[in-house]
Design a protein around this ligand. Sequence first.
Ligand code: NAD
Ligand code: UDP
Length: 328
Amino acid sequence: MTTPESQPVPSTATSHPLRILITGSAGFVGSHLVERFLNEGHTVIGVDNYISGQVSNTDLFRDHPRFTFIEADVSHGIPYTGDKLDWVMHFASPASPPHYQQFPVETLMVGAQGTQNGLELAHAHGAGFFLASTSEVYGDPHVHPQPETYWGNVNPIGVRSCYDEAKRYAEAITMAYHRSRGVNTRIIRIFNTYGPRMRPDDGRVITNFVHQALRGEPLTVYGDGSQTRSFQYIDDLVEGISRLMMVKYHEPVNLGNPDEFTMLELVKNIERLVQVSLNYTLSPLPLDDPRQRRPDINIASTKLSWRPTMSLNDGLSIIILQYKNPTK
Ligand code: NAD
Ligand code: UDP
C-alpha cells in the first residue's frame, strides 16, 4: 500500500531485520504476526502456554530457522535468555468471551503480571513494548462510534470484567512504564477480528455462525440480534500493527473496520455466501453484552495512513472456503 504521494508507508516490511518476541504466538492473531515477521526476514521468539491457543499454530513454524518457541505461562515470567530483543509484543490472553469466562483469574493475571513481565523484559533489553488491548475497554459504549478519547462504560465486577479490566490495567501499566521508565511503548485497541486459524470451538460469533451454517444447523443468535459489531479481517489488523511499530506514537490506537453490522445482518450475509436458506434460534443476550461497537479510526488513518481494505463479504468468503477445505 502507498500514501497518496506514492511514498511507501514505513512498516516492518521495510525495516532492517528485527528480533521480536511474541507472547500468545500460538493464538489466532499471534500466529499471523509470526508468519508476517518471518516472511519479512525477522527473527521471532514465540511464547505460549496453549491455554486458548493451538499446537498446530506453533507447528506451522517449528522448523523455520529464524523461529524459536518457548512454552511458558507469561504471568509467571518470560524465560528468555537469548540475544538482545528489538520488540516484545504482548498478545497473550484468552480473547473469546467463553474462553476468558472459563479462565477469569488466568485472564486477569496475564493482563496484569503478564503485561508487567513483558514490560520488564522490554526495559531490560531496551526494546519496544507493544500491547494488544481491545475495544472492550469501551465496555457497553455510550459514545458511538468510539474514539480513543472515550473512557468507556465497563461493569467492573461483571462476568466480562476479568477481560475488560485486565486490559484497562494493562494499558495503565504500559503508560506508566512509558512515562516513568522511558519504555518505547505502543497500545492498540483491537475491534472484533476474524480470519483463518481461529479455533473452531472459539465461541466467537463468526466462527460459530460459519460452522453452524456449513453443518446445516440453526445459527445461535443471542438476544434479538439487533446488537452491532464491526468486523475486521486479520490481514488488515496485521498491516496496522506493522505500521504502528515504525511510528513513535504512544497513546492507544483503534484498529478495526468501521463497517458496522447487526448480528441478523451477519446471518443474512452468510446466507447469501453459502447460498442455502439458514434458520436461526434466539436465546438470551449474555450478561453485559455490548449493544453496539464501531471504531473511530481517525488516528490510525492520520498517523499510519491505514484503513481496512477487506470487506466483510470478501473476508467471509475466504474463511467459508477454508472451513469447507480445512487442509488447503
Ligand atoms: P487467542 O486465544 O487465539 O490467542 C491468545 C494466545 O495467548 C493463545 O495462544 C493462548 O494460549 C495464549 N495465552 C493466554 N494466556 C497466556 C499466558 N498466561 N501465557 C502464555 N500464553 C498465553 O486470541 P486472539 O484472538 O489471537 O487474541 C490475541 C490478542 O489480541 C489477545 O491479547 C486479545 O485480547 C487481543 N484481541 C483480540 C481480538 C480479536 O478479535 N481477535 C479483539 C481484541 C483484542
Ligand atoms: N453472538 C451470537 N451468537 C453466537 C456468538 C456470539 O449472537 O453464537 C453475539 C454476541 O452476543 C455478541 C456478538 O455476537 O453480541 C459478538 O460476540 P463475540 O463473542 O464474537 O465477540 P464480543 O462479544 O467480544 O464482541
